[in-house]
Design a protein around this ligand. Structure first.
Ligand code: CP
Length: 313
């Protein structure tokens, strides 16, 4: 009963092959078309949401996903209300929660925490964000958005703008897109928030991906098919002065879209602070609220896949 069983988890989007991502996209599209066919798939199954860091979208969309699959949810939304506040380790927490739930979604401020949980849990673990490192389920939401807006992932011109240093959603999205041919990236950030050199070296340079590093958003606008705006990650700064100086580096306004393509897809993982003016929300190119909804469907598809692979469904 207490035997450690190895289960497939999702820690990094690269844990899944492009074929597996394609299968998830197909399932998510089928759920969108026929939600009633999935409403009892997880009857009697339980998802634990272990959130050691704040979240609105990721936690609630996981919960909504499990409810819409006919399952149940338990968990906590802050470290203070868990025994982590008494010093319990991530490894022990994962072992303990495996006794109560069939699958775990975990967010933690430390990079690598989800991996540690997956090595100690006996149920699948989903990384719902680990520090400034990765956020693979946001990437699943991003991929479904791109798939539905652009029809695929080949030969895309993508601008990533804002906090490319601490923005874990950007790191995961680059991981995912780097596997498709013809990708061109514009990395738009202040000098201090440039993409970490390990990501540039291990992914972009090794895979020979064309990229431009710039501070000039408007200058590259006409090239872009996708513009992925990000928030400056206040919670990762050591110094408030630096955050205040950098937080409004890029604010997308209707004027700044004057030379943008008519088929531009404007994305943002949210929450937004000031990066996108609300005046853009009604522009047909604004896709960030669709992205939120698509995240729920991809999380439904993901829960189904991991529970099936674990032999639970
Ligand atoms: N995009 C995202 O991860 O949002 P939350 O922090 O609200 O979960």
């Amino acid at each position: 009963m207490f035997e450690k069983k190895h289960c497939r988890s999702l820690i990094d989007i690269l844990d899944f092959s492009p074929e597996e991502i394609q299968d998830l996209l197909v399932t998510a599209n089928d759920i969108i078309a026929h939600p009633e066919a999935y409403s009892e798939c997880c009857h009697g199954k339980k998802l634990a949401t272990l959130f050691f860091e704040p979240s609105t979208r990721t936690r609630l969309s996981f919960e909504a996903a499990m409810y819409e699959l006919g399952g149940h949810v338990l968990g906590f939304s802050e470290a203070q209300s868990s025994s982590a506040s008494k010093g319990e380790s991530v490894a022990d927490t994962a072992r303990v929660v495996s006794c109560y739930a069939d699958i775990i979604a975990m967010r933690h401020p430390k990079e690598g925490a989800a991996l540690v949980a997956s090595m100690n849990a006996s149920v699948p673990v989903i990384n719902a964000g680990d520090g400034g490192h990765l956020h693979p389920t946001q990437t699943l939401a991003d991929l479904l958005t791109i798939y539905r807006e652009k029809g695929g992932f080949e030969n895309l011109n993508v601008g990533l703008c804002g906090d490319l240093k601490f923005g874990r959603t950007v790191h995961s999205l680059i991981n995912a897109l780097s596997r498709y041919p013809g990708l061109k990236l514009w990395l738009i950030s202040p000098e201090e928030l440039k993409l970490p050199s390990y990501v540039k070296k291990e992914l972009l340079q090794e895979k020979n991906i064309h990229y431009v590093q710039t501070t000039d958003l408007e200058g590259c606008m006409p090239e872009l098919e996708i513009l992925y705006m990000t928030r400056v990650q206040k919670e990762r700064f050591f110094n408030e002065e630096d955050y205040l100086r950098l937080k409004d580096s890029y604010i997308l306004t209707p004027e700044k879209l004057h030379n943008a393509r008519a088929d531009l897809c404007i994305m943002h993982p949210l929450p937004r602070v000031n990066e996108i003016s609300v005046a853009i929300d009604d522009d047909p190119r604004a896709c960030y609220f669709k992205q939120v909804l698509y995240g729920k469907y991809m999380r439904m598809a993901l829960i189904l896949k991991l529970l099936k692979e674990a032999g639970t469904l």
